[in-house]
Design a protein around this ligand. Structure first.
Ligand SMILES: Nc1nc2c(ncn2[C@@H]2O[C@H](COP(=O)(O)OP(=O)(O)OP(=O)(O)O)[C@@H](O)[C@H]2O)c(=O)[nH]1
Ligand SMILES: [Mg+2]
Length: 452
């Protein structure tokens, strides 16, 4: 596989810029408990194209067609449960598991974090094929539906998909007429893991040769658009590449013209071949997104910490106030109906009774104070849980930007920032820093710089 040294200076410059940015902001990320999404980048590495989608939608067939050899198994039944990286090498070879991850570029090391079940399913196939010189192709397990909700792949499939989409330069999501956007995993993938990579996502509707007529095709295409509209957060429908990769069995006598499907296939093949041209831009965008997420994380952490500290102080003052009020009321009641201070000059017995009265008042006030504290702590915990139940904190923090409109990216970042921030706040909100003015200023400047 090619490495950074083989690539031109533009890519090297991009790598240096990116590394400098991550170094500069790693302190802020650490202080605020933010984990970078793509800390390690190899802009000089080979561009990567990810093939995802329904099982039997033709991912492996497409790859075989691109490289001009049968490197991947194909078949109608779910064929593949591995993530296969097809890379160029002088001799043919195959590695699986930890050794395969070692053979991949540095930025893919994070795959190890998904656990041994995933590591065992990582495969690197080296082939001496010209088509692989300038691109690494990644075949993924087909997406399926399971009747049993407890069905699991033994690793975080969507997490892996999100990570691979993040580091890829082009992501192909393949559907076929049999399941036009109705596969549970495919829908979930578009809603979650791939939602941060829409700008490099291409949707393919394969096997268009299978339609028996234009009505048949229109119905399936309509169903795909209908299902996509429910998960894609855009007003406009993205371009869908209707194509075919194989020839239908002769029994399916065609009444629709296949030429357009073949043209669109060639268009997407062209995009795959030119994936390298977009690599520097993709990396810049990915880093800008990562830093923007860090900026949002810092802003939201500061706002939430401030709100929680205020709430905690309020509830403490309330319980102390309850104790003081009850103590004052106890003293007043004692003065009116109990042993008054004015009677203390008298007998020793009166002094004794007065002491008992004071102790009783103090005990009562302390008990009431503790009870009030317990109640306000419960209320505080409820408040803590409510913070992430809706997006009101996010909307309050970004009220100005949201009111101006045209900032759909903010909602996208919030979806990425929210889950880890929620976990962080729940576990250690007190340890979050109180101030971040200068860190935010630096971040803003660098985000603008990298966006160019
Ligand atoms: N008619 C027709 N058949 C196709 C087309 N593309 C792929 N196939 C067939 O569909 C079957 C499944 O293709 P694969 O490439 O194995 O599909 P896959 O997406 O890799 O499947 P998994 O690895 O199981 O996820 C194979 O028998 C292919 O020959 C196409 O455009 N038209
Ligand atoms: Mg396959």
């Amino acid at each position: 596989m090619r490495n950074a040294q083989d690539r031109p200076n533009g890519a090297q410059g991009c790598e240096a810029l990116v590394r400098g940015l991550y170094d500069r902001h790693s302190g802020t990320a650490e202080r605020f408990g933010y984990t970078f999404r793509r800390e390690s980048v190899s802009p000089g590495g080979t561009p990567m194209v990810l093939f995802a989608g329904n099982h039997s939608s033709g991912k492996s067939t497409f790859i075989n067609g691109l490289v001009g050899a049968d490197v991947q198994d194909t078949g109608v039944a779910p064929t593949d449960d591995s993530f296969t990286f097809l890379v160029h090498g002088e001799s043919d070879g195959e590695t699986v598991g930890a050794a395969a991850i070692d053979a991949l570029p540095r930025e893919l090391k994070r795959l190890e974090e998904f656990g041994p079940s995933l590591v065992a399913r990582i495969r690197v196939r080296t082939r001496n094929l010209d088509a692989l010189r300038d691109v690494t192709l990644v075949d993924t397990p087909g997406m399926i539906d399971s009747g049993d909700k407890s069905f699991s792949r033994g690793y975080d499939f969507f997490g892996v998909l999100a990570f691979l989409a993040e580091v890829s330069d082009l992501v192909l999501m393949m559907f076929d007429p049999e399941k036009p956007g109705t596969t549970g995993e495919a829908v979930e993938a578009l809603k979650g893991p791939l939602s941060g990579s829409f700008f490099k996502l291409r949707i393919l509707f394969n096997k268009c040769d299978l339609f028996s007529g234009i009505y048949d095709y229109a119905r399936a295409y309509g169903a795909l658009c209908w299902n996509l509209a429910r998960v894609l957060p855009f007003k406009d429908l993205p371009k869908i590449y209707n194509c075919r990769l194989a020839v239908a069995p002769p029994s399916n006598a065609k009444t629709i013209d296949l030429a357009d499907f073949d043209r669109l296939r060639e268009e997407i093949v062209g995009e795959i071949r030119s994936a390298g041209e977009k690599r520097s831009d993709n990396i810049r965008m990915a880093v800008a997104k990562d830093l923007s997420c860090l900026e949002m994380h810092v802003r939201m952490a500061l706002r939430i910490r401030r709100a929680l500290a205020r709430r905690l102080l309020g509830s403490r003052l309330l319980s102390a106030g309850v104790a003081v009020l009850l103590a004052a009321a106890g003293v007043a009641v004692g003065e009116a109906w109990g042993v008054s201070v004015s009677t203390l000059h008298g007998s020793l017995a009166a002094k004794g009774l007065f002491a008992v009265q004071c102790i009783a008042i103090a005990a009562f006030a302390a008990f009431a104070g503790f009870a009030a504290r317990g109640i306000s702590r419960m209320e505080f915990n409820r408040y803590l849980k409510r913070i992430f139940a809706d997006d009101s904190f996010f909307q309050a923090e970004y009220v100005r930007e949201l009111s101006l409109g045209g900032r759909d990216d903010l909602a996208e970042y919030w979806q990425m920032v929210k889950p880890p921030l929620e976990r962080l706040v729940e576990v250690r909100w007190r340890e979050l820093p109180r101030f971040g003015f200068f860190a935010l200023r630096r971040l803003r400047a660098d985000i603008l710089r990298i966006k160019g």
